[in-house]
Design a protein around this ligand. Structure first.
Ligand code: ATP
Length: 520
């Protein structure tokens, strides 16, 4: 068969105004529906992960229904069946563009919900804990920490959705919306130059997809702080290297073991009573009592799996103990009286008070999409501890305290592990906690970076900061601690001055542990 392609006609079609009008309609319909569906999809994804079972079920039912129904059927239904059933929609839905928009949004939002859900799930639980430890409740936690990270992860999936949505607009031609496909049909039904017309229509679709792909590419690059920064050196990158720790800071090695302990008269600031917690069917905390006095530096040591980290997480209520209570300044912390018993307080009431007990994590958990300075000022800005105009100065002063002022505008990935941990300490200090919990703050660091972090912690101890530190750094514990607490199998076995614990442990289990790690 002789295939004739009328090139002149095909090129001439590019000057056909009908095609460009239809392209604008198609693009507008696809973009508007995709944007509305994006907002709805994010809302649905958040509802699907919410703690409220009815909200979860409703969102799940929505996704099940609108992902399951063919779009063509939805378009016809919205245009023909909804207006008679709901007269108030008659005027709006009598316009094929509006009816198509509604159908596309219904269908597309169900898909987008799953794309966003994948992004939300990919944000690590440790990032959530870091936000919660700063005192963020659910809304600020999602706004500052989770959604921005989830959005970055979801971009490729959202881009795919845009492209499939753009092509799906052709189905709206079934209710006579004059979009690209219908325009093509109308043109070739008059002259039968099907191949030429469809080729031009196809090229216009491809041009639109190419345009969008370019926009997506630019957006991805903009939001990828790693890429952005590789091309553009961060401010502060060219300054001469500065000392790892502030000049006034003492290094642990230089300190003399004169930290004689706080007077026993200092008020108790944080207290755990009979804490019990089971995890994975095993009793991890088996009745822990601990008193922390204002200004105490309490170092918790013990074998792996003895429950040290679990105890810390229970102390600031990132983890809810099964039994027992926590008192902060003699007031129940995260518990409230309920009849004769006291019960855990709901997260929404507890969130903001949690910042009074700050936490530094083993793996730093800086927010990767913010600079060091932004990490530090995020929470104080949110809680109104510092005015907008003074926020930068406030953050810089804190970074200066940990020796990192000149790295303020770098992103976490541009800092060494030790520097990241020092920023994390500054971030914790920024919300003015009464007590700081440090969970193995140096165990994720290369040996040569350990000292710079320990030095910062030592300087905080000198300033009188109350700290509870889980550490495997025994030399550091000897020098910086007022008290050393030895834990084993979910219990506190021994609690005393560093000299006593390290030189004359009273309990055989402590002796065995110290001997095993070469400290006996
Ligand atoms: N989410 C969890 N589910 C089940 N078991 C858990 C969970 N978290 C911790 N555990 C277990 O609880 C025990 C105590 O863990 P924890 O992290 O508190 O110990 P640790 O003394 O801090 O240990 P390490 O020094 O190795 O960090 C371990 O046996 C651990 O496997």
């Amino acid at each position: 068969m002789d295939l004739h392609f009328d090139w002149a006609y095909a090129f001439g079609l590019f000057a056909n105004g009908q095609i460009w009008d239809a392209a604008v309609t198609t693009l507008w319909l696809a973009t508007l529906s995709w944007m509305i569906a994006g907002v709805l999809g994010l809302g649905l994804a958040l509802l699907k992960r919410s703690g409220l079972a009815p909200a979860r079920r409703a969102a799940g039912a929505y996704v099940w229904l609108f992902r399951g129904l063919p779009l063509l059927l939805l378009v016809i239904f919205v245009y023909n069946a909804v207006p008679p059933a709901l007269p108030v929609t008659r005027e709006f839905l009598s316009n094929p563009f509006n009816a198509g928009l509604v159908a596309l949004v219904l269908s597309e939002s169900a898909y987008m919900a799953e794309v966003f859900r994948a992004g939300l799930t990919a944000v690590s639980p440790e990032q959530r804990d870091a936000g919660r430890a700063l005192g963020f409740g659910s809304v600020p936690l999602h706004r500052y920490v989770i959604v921005p990270q989830a959005f970055r992860i979801a971009i490729p999936g959202l881009g795919n959705e845009y492209v499939s949505n753009l092509k799906n607009t052709s189905l709206v031609s079934v209710i006579s919306l004059v979009e690209l496909t219908l325009t093509g049909q109308r043109i070739y039904s008059g002259n039968f130059l099907i191949l030429e017309t469809l080729s031009v229509i196809g090229i216009v679709y491809l041009a639109m997809v190419t345009l969008f792909t370019g926009v997506q590419h630019v957006l991805e690059r903009r939001l990828d702080v790693r890429r952005e920064r590789e091309r553009r050196p961060a401010p502060g990158g060219e300054v001469p290297p500065q000392p790892a720790v502030p000049a006034q800071t003492t290094t642990p090695r230089e300190r003399t073991p004169t930290r004689a302990g706080r007077p026993m008269s200092a008020p108790v600031v944080l207290e755990a009573r009979d804490l019990r917690k089971a995890l994975g069917g095993r009793e991890v905390l088996a009745g822990v009592d601990l008193e922390i006095r204002r200004g105490d530096v309490c170092v918790i040591i013990g074998p792996s799996g003895s429950g040290k980290s679990t105890l810390l997480r229970c102390l600031n209520r990132l983890l809810i103990a099964d039994q027992g209570t926590i008192l902060l300044d003699d007031q129940p912390f995260g518990y409230r009286p309920s009849g004769s018993a006291i019960r855990p307080e709901p997260e929404r009431h507890l969130a903001e008070r949690r910042r009074r007990v700050g936490m530094v994590f083993q793996r730093f958990e800086l927010f990767p999409h913010y600079t060091a300075l932004e990490n530090v000022v995020l929470a104080p800005r949110h809680f109104g501890l510092v005015p907008r105009a003074g926020a930068r100065e406030y953050g810089l002063a804190l970074l200066r305290r940990v020796g990192l002022e000149q790295h303020a505008d770098k992103y976490p990935h541009q800092l060494s592990g030790g520097q990241q941990q020092r920023v994390a300490i500054a971030r914790t200090l920024a919300v003015e906690p009464e007590v700081i919990l440090l969970d193995e703050p140096t165990s994720a660091l290369d040996p040569e970076l350990v000292n710079e972090v320990l030095s910062v912690i030592a300087s905080l101890a000198d300033e009188g900061m109350t700290m509870v530190i889980v550490s495997h750094e025994m030399d550091f514990a000897r020098l910086v601690a007022d008290r050393v607490v030895f834990m084993d199998a979910g219990r506190i076995i021994e609690d005393g001055a560093p000299d006593q614990i390290f030189s004359a442990p009273a309990h055989q289990r402590t002796q065995r542990f110290l001997a095993a790690i070469g400290q006996g």
